[in-house]
Design a protein. Structure first.
Length: 301
């Protein structure tokens, strides 16, 4: 059954997904300007009478917009329909690759053809099992190839999720904050410090908000702070949280602020200005979070 499907899917390789598509607008300065503003790209090559379009705008000139694409071929719709019928009803875009062969300039009229380049054998991913479909769009001005755009999707059957015991949401750990969470694992609350202008920042960011520098090191928080502000959550209830509870914005002794829970005190006893101290609380096998306890009376001050 799967083999039969695989053969049918394979037959779509090389068939067109769009034929003789035409860009809705010629390459033009206003769209380049808006794009550069949105991306914060001030490269002078994209301005003035000799301007070229940023190469990464390649797909901008071929997108269909709300009114749809021109020249879309039947084969692609058929292929997606075949996958839907086989139970691979969900879709996610996985990656895109572009290749630039010549610059596009304001005034260039863009045409394009898209081909179904490959349909993968059945793969099992964390989302579920399915097939990767790669299309390749060749973008031309006149007869010249300006660039190619490969776009890959996964058509998949969503995996049945086992109902999980309700647990706290996991932090999203990425390359910009991984060292923060590594610190938490060692029971250290690390604050980022710009090594150019010494500005401390929290939460973690890729660049300095004062001078823009991407260079940083860290300072370990002493753990002392005060409640700068707080809210008491009553509603809506979230799984794994038991309302009412106090969410505090704690100003650390170092001057930066962190959102956390204020624990070890009834929710209605939390006050602005309350001196608090950091502790690390384990919520389950995987999750440790920095939270704050009121300072014992007499120590505060
Ligand atoms: Zn700085």
């Amino acid at each position: 059954m799967d083999d039969e499907l695989a053969v049918r899917l394979k037959a779509y390789e090389g068939r067109p997904a769009a034929v003789a598509g035409v860009g809705k607008d010629p390459v033009n300065a206003p769209m380049i300007r808006h794009w550069c503003e949105a991306m914060g790209d001030e490269n002078p090559a994209y301005r003035g009478p000799e301007a070229v379009a940023p190469p990464t705008m390649l797909q901008v000139w071929t997108m269909g917009g709300l009114s749809g694409h021109t020249g879309r071929a039947q084969a692609y719709e058929e292929l997606l329909g075949l996958l839907d019928d086989a139970g691979y009803t969900a879709v996610v875009a996985t990656d895109c690759e572009q290749e630039y062969l010549r610059p596009l300039r304001p005034g260039d009229e863009v045409t394009f053809d898209t081909v179904i380049e490959s349909v993968s054998p059945r793969k099992t991913t964390r989302l579920g099992s399915g097939h990767f479909v790669t299309t390749r769009t060749d973008v031309r001005t006149g007869t010249e190839l300006a660039g190619t755009h490969r776009f890959r999707i996964l058509k998949y059957a969503p995996a049945q999720r086992k109902p999980r015991k309700e647990s706290r949401p996991r932090p999203v750990i990425n390359r910009d904050n991984a060292d923060f969470w590594a610190g938490v694992a060692e029971h250290r609350l690390l604050i980022q410090r710009c090594t150019v202008c010494d500005t401390l920042r929290f939460p973690w960011l890729p660049g300095c908000t004062t001078c823009g520098s991407p260079e940083w090191d860290t300072v370990e928080a002493s753990g002392e702070g005060t409640v700068f502000s707080y809210v008491v959550m009553h509603h809506p209830p979230f799984p794994a949280f038991d309302p009412p509870y106090a969410v505090g914005l704690v100003e650390l002794a170092e001057g930066v602020r962190i959102v956390s829970n204020v624990v070890g005190v009834p929710y209605d006893k939390v006050r602005i200005g309350m001196p608090v101290r950091l502790e690390f609380r384990r919520y389950d096998d995987e999750l440790v979070l920095p939270v704050f306890q009121p300072m014992p009376q007499g120590v505060a001050g």
